[in-house]
Design a protein around this ligand. Structure first.
Ligand code: ZN
Length: 70
């Protein structure tokens, strides 16, 4: 049985974490993919976020409640 896979990696294998380069599990159970962990994902997001937006100190907290517009 031959399967021609092209493009995204097949589930069950590991990919290289874009942040640290460690093997990250490419599977639905790994919600941080293609990163290896939540930390790497947060770091990667924070990398560009800190460059785009200045860290004022406090993040805008969402209001606890539905805002009905209209
Ligand atoms: Zn990583």
């Amino acid at each position: 049985m031959a399967t021609s896979a092209a493009g995204s990696p097949a589930p069950g294998r590991t990919v290289k974490c874009p942040n640290c380069g460690k093997p990250a599990l490419w599977a639905p159970e790994n919600r941080w993919r293609p990163f290896c962990s939540e930390r790497c994902r947060q770091i990667d997001l924070g990398a560009w976020a800190s460059d785009q937006y200045r860290v004022a100190g406090s993040e805008p907290a969402g209001d606890a409640g539905e805002h009905d517009d209209g």
